[in-house]
Design a protein around this ligand. Structure first.
Ligand SMILES: NC(=O)C1=CN([C@@H]2O[C@H](COP(=O)(O)OP(=O)(O)OC[C@H]3O[C@@H](n4cnc5c(N)ncnc54)[C@H](O)[C@@H]3O)[C@@H](O)[C@H]2O)C=CC1
Ligand SMILES: O=C(O)C(=O)COP(=O)(O)O
Length: 387
């Protein structure tokens, strides 16, 4: 039985893809695979049995990627699988920041017992009036799966959209609406836009990128939307800007003591990806990634190891070797196989940063003695017998 553990609830339509060869366990210490959403994994002990972690979602800042790579644990995410869910909430966020919809709804609740509520509403409504988003300038920082969708939807709503992404992928360039103005510095966004939305991963290089200096460059009365991660924004600087009336609204999907209940903050309890569709898409993609990795050794959408695909093994045997990206690794591995008299019928080697991955299809099964020799080679982090 291949045991898997879920650190967060994962949609059933994904888990249903596991065959009878797989079994859910509540004990991570016996799991070969882990499925996770936002559970914090940095301080967790990772058992020796663990070979693969799939993040049913996009952000992987809750997972210790390097520690996993070092232990020969491949980490996957599910690119784009929840992007539409987030896009729709960002559009809602812009509307909520432009018109006092929640204030108006609260007023109706407070006055529910009033028999003359219809008449009273016509008098009260001027307190909740707002502005429209059509014709306003929206700046999108980060044109990945979510940013491109937000930019395109905003164009369709009649906004003038500016996009900034120094690492824009070819795929995003193909997909983004041609009406989006391509800007080459974030400053152009800060200086020009009425609404700014950020869709970048949380990395050491992006942490607190929205600081006092950035906010000072923004137009007065700007609306800032953050559906990516709380710590991308210096919350102290944002609070000061809200108090000074520089920022009109800060719409954020991550409650913290600094923003929850604060005047000018519209705080949502991390609901961006909490739709049936996004949860299903993420679960299905995550489970398929795990199955292909466990059963075939193929890697698709990893965030700490290179992608690698040799299809289904049609030969006698397949082994996977996770190793450091250093010279002479392949030669040392192939000489162990050669000395054991095992012919290699096919092989692939891929690298990513400090780590590399090799798949070998063999004409005969590797014995325990051979796999132990491979595992003992300096720089080898894990050896898996796939078939
Ligand atoms: N609120 C929620 O429930 C959700 C939040 N997220 C957050 O949104 C983030 C983005 O998600 P996706 O669009 O799916 O990821 P993605 O990987 O498709 O896009 C990220 C984009 O940011 C760009 N980028 C990286 N550094 C940048 C920088 N310094 N300046 C400008 N652009 C930069 C990349 O080139 C890439 O195009 C995730 O990392 C996650 O933190 C994602 C899904 C749900
Ligand atoms: O995919 C992401 O990065 C998200 O932030 C979604 O998180 P969740 O799966 O809703 O805990």
């Amino acid at each position: 039985m291949i045991q898997y553990n879920c650190l967060n609830p994962i949609a059933a339509c994904g888990l249903d893809l596991f065959t009878d060869a797989y079994q859910k366990t509540d004990d991570i210490n016996e799991a070969r695979a882990v499925l996770v959403r936002s559970a914090a994994m940095h301080d967790m002990e990772l058992p020796k049995s663990l070979e693969v972690i799939a993040r049913a979602g996009a952000g992987v800042n809750n997972i210790p990627l390097d520690k996993c790579a070092e232990k020969g644990i491949v980490v996957f995410n599910t690119p784009g699988a929840n992007a539409n869910g987030v896009k729709e909430l960002v559009i809602a966020g812009m509307l909520l920041a432009s018109r006092d919809i929640t204030g108006g709804i609260d007023w109706v609740k407070e006055n529910a017992a009033d028999e003359n509520i219809a008449k009273a509403a016509e008098k009260a409504k001027k307190a909740f009036a707002g502005t429209e988003i059509m014709g306003k300038k929206l700046g999108v920082i980060g044109l990945g799966a979510i940013g491109v969708r937000v930019a395109n939807a905003a164009c369709a709503l009649g906004m003038e959209v500016y996009g900034y992404d120094p690492y824009l992928s070819v795929n995003a360039a193909w997909n983004v609406d041609k009406a989006v103005k391509h800007v080459i510095t974030a400053e152009d966004i800060y200086r020009e836009c009425d609404f700014i939305t950020i869709h970048v991963p949380l990395l050491d290089t992006t942490k607190k990128m929205i600081n006092k200096e950035a906010i000072d460059m923004m137009k007065d009365n700007v609306v800032f939307l953050n559906f990516s991660r709380d710590t991308l924004v210096d919350e102290e600087a944002m609070a000061a800007a809200l108090e000074a009336g520089k920022v009109k609204k800060y719409v954020v999907d991550f409650p913290t003591p600094a923003t929850a209940g604060k005047e000018g903050c519209l705080v949502i309890p991390h609901l961006g990806a909490s739709t049936e569709e996004s949860e299903d898409n993420c679960a299905v993609m995550a489970v398929k990634e795990i199955i292909d990795y466990i059963e075939n050794g193929n890697i698709t959408n990893s965030v700490n190891y290179p992608n690698c695909n040799m299809g289904v093994c049609s030969g006698a045997a397949r082994i996977a070797i996770l190793h450091k990206n250093v010279q002479n690794m392949i030669a040392r591995c192939t000489s162990v196989l050669g000395e054991a008299g095992i012919n290699i019928s096919d092989m692939t080697n891929k690298s990513r940063g400090d780590y590399a991955y090799s798949l070998f299809d063999l004409d005969a099964s590797a014995t325990a003695e051979v796999t132990e020799k491979l595992a003992a080679l300096e720089g080898v982090l894990r050896v898996r017998v796939i078939k």
